[in-house]
Design a protein. Structure first.
Length: 187
């Protein structure tokens, strides 16, 4: 009798822990797609911010050194591409969150507000990028206009990254884990 009771208790514990583990996997913030979209948004902003720094230092090259205006075009094109990728990831994340019925309406409103804020910061950075590109094409050597635009871009992207971090925390999306090697196949 004692063995039967302990066996029943053991199976109950196994079933309950299995149900809890399955429930956690079903929760929306454990979806790998959400993690990937969050990482893409953050990565696009980080790359754009790094390129803004590159453009700033490109502008610091003295007039006496040869430099190509195509370099500035390449850097600004990269910034615009990174911002577009970040915005696409955010829109996909917004659509995924809107489809999920387990997220309460209050949290969904906060998510939408954060995504709109991030998109606004990205748009401001995009405008500053266009202004910096125009300034680079007009002037040779150091230009205060390029420096100002790069500084504005950097600040907008920093604010966007802060909001993205808040968004990822709210959705309980962790940073992507380090890739692990696959287990060797057994024969």
């Amino acid at each position: 009798m004692k063995t039967l009771k302990s066996t029943i208790v053991m199976w109950a514990v196994v079933l309950v822990s299995g149900a809890v583990a399955q429930a956690q996997q079903d929760q929306p913030y454990f979806h790998a797609g959400w993690k990937m979209l969050g990482a893409q948004a953050f990565q696009g902003q980080q790359h754009a911010q790094d390129r803004a720094q590159q453009l700033y230092y490109y502008n610091q090259i003295p007039k006496t050194s040869p430099k190509s205006k195509n370099d500035a075009k390449d850097i600004t094109a990269g910034i615009k591409k990174d911002l577009a990728a970040a915005n696409r990831a955010l829109e996909s994340l917004r659509a995924e969150v809107a489809k999920d019925k387990e997220i309460e309406a209050a949290r969904n409103k906060v998510v939408v507000a954060l995504i709109e804020s991030i998109t606004k910061h990205n748009a401001n950075a995009h405008e500053a990028c266009g202004a910096a590109e125009e300034a680079c094409m007009k002037h040779e050597g150091e230009s205060p206009a390029v420096a100002d635009c790069c500084s504005d871009m950097y600040d907008e992207l920093e604010a966007a990254k802060e909001d993205t971090t808040k968004l990822l925390k709210l959705l309980k999306i962790e940073k992507l884990e380090r890739p692990t090697k696959a287990a060797p196949a057994t024969k």
